[in-house]
Design a protein around this ligand. Structure first.
Ligand code: TPP
Ligand code: MG
Length: 347
């Protein structure tokens, strides 16, 4: 089996000034501002339940999702805001979902971990670690069975690889792939931690790509703080998946800057120095600096992007705050069984 490879960005320098890269930077800055806003709103008590933010990992969502086509389907775990936003979900409706409002993408019933926006190809948002891998694998089979060229992208964390359904999904994907019946791109968002447990303490084999290859699935690592590198791999392997119907796995090596969830304030499992060190490889800074050096992006351009992003995040908060809470009768819709007693409500 192939050795683990790490792709660097040097191969795609020549295309670096395409306007698309400015759009990707704009999107990454927006994700960061949006996440900062969610953290503030959580502390104001406006967002209930869980909240897991994506700061530091922006290049994984944008680098891969900018390479897919309309009609492709994306699954994610609970750290899912960035995937939904990058696919084109309305930020106002995503924020409203976090606020538990009726205007949310899941009608306010899902919250942060259960965003859903089928219109934009986003099939969730799952709170059960690793549970969605089997769904994504089945969806990939269905797309080929229906003789389409569509593919599935399935994001999950390093910690999810210790869950039984990870192994079940990999095994069946490897098998179906042999018949060209499983066009799925598995993306490991390897941020080095499963909650407060570092990868060295949670995984017997820390070479995660090697674990995937054990199931006859090709896999490679990429430096995922560098969006050029992520996109370079994504373009190549997505083409291959579409052509062959075989699964592929990208291990995106990244880092989260915030706590595991909004309640993880003290972060006793890592030092401030460690976080600071990784901030020197902030994916937004890396892309911004490259566009400055290679393409003449000015400080004014960047400031404008940051201001716009802040404004759009603030608008999303305002929309969420002003939206109505769901009607209590909504408790009885979108559920498997529609029978049983209906609540009497005043509205
Ligand atoms: C089946 C299941 N077991 C345990 C949990 C509790 N839990 C929530 S997040 C998490 C860690 C997952 O880490 P990882 O997959 O690396 O994702 P990350 O948070 O780093 O993005 C755990 C164990 C859960 N939600 N579901
Ligand atoms: Mg992790």
């Amino acid at each position: 089996m192939a050795e683990t490879t790490r792709t660097s960005a040097t191969t795609i320098d020549s295309a670096a000034c395409a306007p698309e890269w400015t759009e990707i930077l704009r999107q990454m800055i927006f994700i960061r501002r949006f996440e900062e806003a969610t953290e503030r709103e959580f502390r104001r008590g406006k967002i209930g339940g869980y909240l897991h933010v994506y700061s530091g990992q922006e290049a994984v969502a944008t680098g891969i999702l900018s390479a897919i086509q309309k009609g492709d389907i994306v699954f994610s775990g609970y750290r899912d805001h960035a995937h939904a936003l990058t696919l084109g979900a309305d930020p106002c409706r995503v924020m409203a979902e976090l606020f538990g409002k009726a205007t949310g993408v899941s009608k306010g019933k899902g919250g942060s971990m259960h965003l859903f926006d089928a219109e934009h190809g986003f099939y969730g948002g799952y709170g059960i670690v690793g549970g969605h891998l089997t769904l994504a694998t089945g969806a990939a089979y269905a797309l080929r069975y229906q003789q389409t060229e569509r593919i599935v992208v399935c994001y999950f964390g390093d910690g999810a690889m210790n869950i039984g359904s990870f192994h079940e999904a990999m095994n069946i994907a490897g098998l179906w792939g042999k018949q060209g019946m499983c066009p799925v791109l598995f993306v490991i968002e390897n941020n080095g931690y499963a909650m407060g447990t570092s990868i060295e303490r949670h995984s017997a084999l820390t070479d995660l790509s090697a674990r995937v290859r054990a199931y006859s699935i090709q896999a490679e690592k990429v430096d995922a703080q560098d969006v050029f590198a992520v996109r370079g791999v994504a373009d190549r392997v997505i083409r291959q998946i579409r052509e062959t119907g075989k699964p592929y796995c990208i291990e995106a090596v990244t880092y989260r800057f915030s706590g595991h969830g909004a309640a993880d304030i003290l972060q006793p499992y890592r030092t401030k120095d460690e976080v600071e060190e990784h901030r020197h490889r902030d994916p937004i800074m890396i892309l911004r600096n490259r566009l400055r050096e290679i393409c003449g992006l000015s400080d004014d351009d960047v400031k404008k992007m940051e201001d716009d992003a802040g404004e759009r995040a603030a608008q999303a908060v305002k929309f969420a705050e002003e939206s109505p809470v769901p009607d209590p009768r909504e408790l009885f819709t979108d559920v498997v069984a529609e029978h049983g007693p209906q609540p009497e409500t005043e509205s």
